[in-house]
Design a protein around this ligand. Structure first.
Ligand SMILES: Nc1ncnc2c1ncn2[C@@H]1O[C@H](COP(=O)(O)OP(=O)(O)O)[C@@H](O)[C@H]1O
Ligand SMILES: [Mg+2]
Length: 276
């Protein structure tokens, strides 16, 4: 089964005023267990699209099936939001309580989890993000990376099938970014469907599949290698290629040909070491 199957999606914030839609005839397919990056410049429509996946935005036109549920059917929205969890950009805006354990319990109580199961579920979710023993901490005592891990634990405690990260690393320092990226990779390895929404092309390199958005359209969908080494496509999307890809082309122009176009810095180093 597919995690996300959308067709013909249009969306306009001001439909009544005849504004140009911010999503235009979107066709999107995400398979279960995939680690997908939705990449695009600011304002390209990534968040608007992602908010359709758990019915935070109304489906105005088109069809969308997420985790087997028809998003057009409002009676499944509550259940849908349990199956599709979302971690947002600003870690400080995601807490509802003054203690970590209360924050995690909040979602469980909303979904009427039996009281006796709650401590165990919280323990498991904290362990999943390597934050064991943080039950009695206040979110405000934590670093940015730790806050995002707690925000993720608050999603995981509901045992979702699809986890969306909407620019979840963009407000963090480099250490925090690595922590959160590490969590995404771990969730993927464990078989979860992970969707990373980002404007940072160096992050998109880490995914298994890239959906490239520009001005409310999907320009391309494919492996990072196919999408992120295509300079024409990236120019259309108003993005610069990853550093390693840019180096590959710069070297080529100066007559130095690497055997393969690298995507990551480590791959670039490897290719450079194999020269001569
Ligand atoms: N709540 C809103 N009301 C009106 N316009 C919005 C709202 N949110 C986003 N937009 C507009 O929709 C477009 C797409 O925005 P968004 O989905 O946030 O893009 P991205 O996440 O790729 O930065 C932008 O032009 C943005 O200004
Ligand atoms: Mg956004």
């Amino acid at each position: 089964m597919d995690a996300v199957d959308g067709r013909g999606i249009y969306y306009s914030y001001d439909a009544d005023y005849g504004d140009e839609p911010v999503l235009k005839n979107i066709r999107v397919l995400i398979r279960k267990g995939e680690f997908t990056a939705v990449l695009g410049a600011n304002g390209s429509g990534k968040t608007t699209l992602a908010r359709h996946f758990n019915a935070l935005n109304d489906l105005q036109r088109g069809q969308l099936i997420v985790d087997g549920m028809n998003v057009a059917d409002a009676s499944c929205h509550w259940e849908l939001r349990r199956h599709v969890g979302m971690v947002f950009q600003n870690p400080d805006n995601q807490f509802v309580s003054s203690f970590v354990e209360e924050d995690l319990a909040f979602g469980l109580k909303n979904y009427e989890t039996p009281e006796r199961e709650i401590p165990q579920r919280i323990k498991k979710a904290l362990a999943a993000v390597s934050m064991d023993g943080y039950e009695r901490y206040s979110p405000h005592e934590l670093s940015g990376g730790q806050k995002q891990r707690i925000a993720l634990a608050a999603v995981l405690v509901l045992e979702p099938d699809v986890i969306l990260f909407d620019e979840a690393t963009s407000m963090l320092d480099p250490g925090g970014r690595l922590e959160v990226m590490g969590q995404m990779k771990k969730l993927h390895r464990e078989g979860n469907t992970v969707v990373m929404i980002t404007h940072d092309i160096e992050e998109a390199v880490e995914a298994e599949k890239v959906i490239l958005m520009s001005r409310g359209n999907i320009l391309a969908c494919g492996t990072p290698h196919r999408v992120l080494t295509d300079r024409t496509l990236l120019e259309q999307a108003e993005l610069l290629p990853p550093f390693a890809v840019q180096m590959y082309y710069d070297l080529k122009e100066r007559g130095v040909c690497l055997a393969q176009c690298p995507l990551k810095r480590e791959e670039l180093v490897e290719e450079l070491c194999q020269l001569n």
